[in-house]
Design a protein around this ligand. Structure first.
Ligand code: ADP
Ligand code: ASP
Ligand code: MG
Length: 435
């Protein structure tokens, strides 16, 4: 089986949904098609939640009405038979009546509202397949995708539930399901965080031991640098799981931060392809050697740097343990870390418990905090044979203040912490100097 995941722009309008259908039908293998919400829908639903929490609740209805109108247009353009068009319109009507029924923001309503984008796109897609006479089965991700108490995907449950669904329907060759949405340990609707459909696809691929996981998007694969900020980037034909995992985690928006790990653990190749240029090779992510030198650059914003300075640290074993315990207590992951004899600097991207963390760290030393920082990540092969790479990286950034450097943690990554205001400049300088 193969997993084919299509992102928001791939299902944005009738024309694109027809392109997706052609790609899906060009695969003879059995497949699970994972769809995102139509581009812009999840952003609108985020807005709806904000308005429901504010004093401007009526504006939520205006936004929902506008969104409904855009779906009615999509349905009118997509379907040609009256029967299927009416079916789709009646589905849309029901969904938007449901959306309008939420008049307050509660944690549960918020998640239910956010889930509607993927529920709508998959239902419309399935009705369209029926109109074309293609046999397919829509399976709800809420029946097999779940997260546990620490918001980690429950892989064992996914595997057993999904395998069961597939074997109960072994005459079906095309399954359709939602990316992004799941249930949580209480059985309530939840999600895998923004951009999570890539993660859904990878988890599903790993659970069924798929031949390949294909991520179809609006660009011809992973580029060597962030095309949103840098001109003249180019697509990379092949990269290792390690390189892709580092890039995804450190800001390459084309992939959800955690999306490579399940595929990597099960050694399933991930193919990144362009829905709008399906003949382009795209990028294959697989078990291969990393590039000698820098393969690609990415940047992650919203980073907070924390420095803890303590003269007591000198020769003091257990000091780092005391620091890490505080982050563990507040379930806050550390991304980068550097140490000197009297100080430790580390970075986090989750500010939820920042105040509490700082209060406890202050018992260990003098704490300074820098916000609005960005991590620039370079992925490639930085093993010792690649002499001079770090020198050329630093040389490219000679006019940019660097707050931290992390090198040698793995052979595949070098990370630098800079002020977010310097990010675009840094990405462009690295592009000119390294590629
Ligand atoms: P989808 O909706 O299909 O999931 P995304 O918008 O999440 O698509 O991801 C695709 C986008 O990622 C591209 O349009 C591009 O702007 C952005 N992007 C950021 N960094 C990279 C990179 N290194 N290579 C390719 N695309 C990237
Ligand atoms: N629709 C969700 C989002 O916009 C998930 C995804 O597209 O991957 O974040
Ligand atoms: Mg995405």
């Amino acid at each position: 089986m193969v997993v084919l995941k299509f992102g928001g722009t791939s299902v944005e309008n009738a024309e694109n949904i027809k392109k997706v259908t052609a790609i899906v039908n060009s695969h003879n293998d059995s497949k699970i098609v994972v769809l995102s919400a139509v581009s812009g829908t999840t952003n609108t639903l985020v807005e709806v939640n904000k308005l429901l929490a504010s004093t401007k609740k009526d504006n939520a209805i205006i936004l929902i009405d506008k969104l409904e109108l855009s779906y009615r247009q999509l349905v009118n353009e997509l379907f040609s038979s009256e029967k299927h068009q009416l079916k789709a319109l009646s589905f849309i009507k029901g969904k938007f009546e449901e959306l309008r029924s939420y008049t307050n923001k509660t944690p549960q309503n918020e998640k239910i509202i956010l889930a509607q984008g993927e529920i709508i796109s998959t239902n419309l897609f399935q009705i369209y397949q029926a109109e074309l006479g293609n046999t397919s089965l829509l399976i709800s991700a809420l029946d097999f995708m779940s997260i546990d108490t620490v918001e980690e995907a429950d892989i064992a449950s996914l595997k057993s539930k999904l395998t069961r669904i597939l074997s109960d329907n072994n005459h079906i060759k095309t399954f359709i399901t939602q990316g992004y949405i799941c249930t949580n340990h209480k059985g309530e609707i939840d999600n895998l965080k923004r951009g999570g459909s890539d993660y859904s696809a990878s988890l599903i691929g790993a659970a069924i031991d798929a031949k390949e996981i294909q991520i179809w998007t609006d660009i011809d694969g992973m580029h060597n640098n962030d095309p949103r900020y840098v001109d003249n980037t180019f697509s990379i034909e092949e990269m290792s799981f390690d390189e892709a995992a580092e890039l995804a985690y450190f800001g390459a928006k084309i992939l959800h931060p955690q999306s490579i790990i399940p595929a990597q653990k099960n050694n399933i190749p991930v193919l990144l392809k362009n829905t709008f240029n399906p003949n382009d090779k795209g990028t294959v992510i697989k078990n291969c050697s990393s590039s000698n030198g820098v393969r690609a650059v990415a940047a992650k914003d919203g980073i907070i740097a924390i420095k803890i300075k303590s003269y007591r640290m000198l020769m003091a074993y257990g000091f780092l343990k005391n620091i890490f315990e505080i982050f563990e207590k507040y379930q806050t992951a550390i991304d980068m870390i550097t140490t000197s004899e009297i100080a430790v600097s580390l970075t986090i991207d989750n500010p939820t418990y920042l105040t509490e963390i700082i209060e406890e760290l202050q018992l260990l030393g003098i704490v300074t905090v820098d916000k609005q920082m960005s991590i620039v990540c370079l992925a490639g092969d930085f093993s010792q044979s690649g002499k001079g790479i770090s020198a050329s990286v630093i040389n490219c950034l000679k006019d940019i203040p660097i707050r931290m450097i992390s090198y040698g943690g793995s052979n595949y990554n070098m990370s630098l912490l800079i002020d977010s205001d310097n990010k675009v400049n840094a990405l462009n300088l690295l592009n000119k100097g390294l590629f």
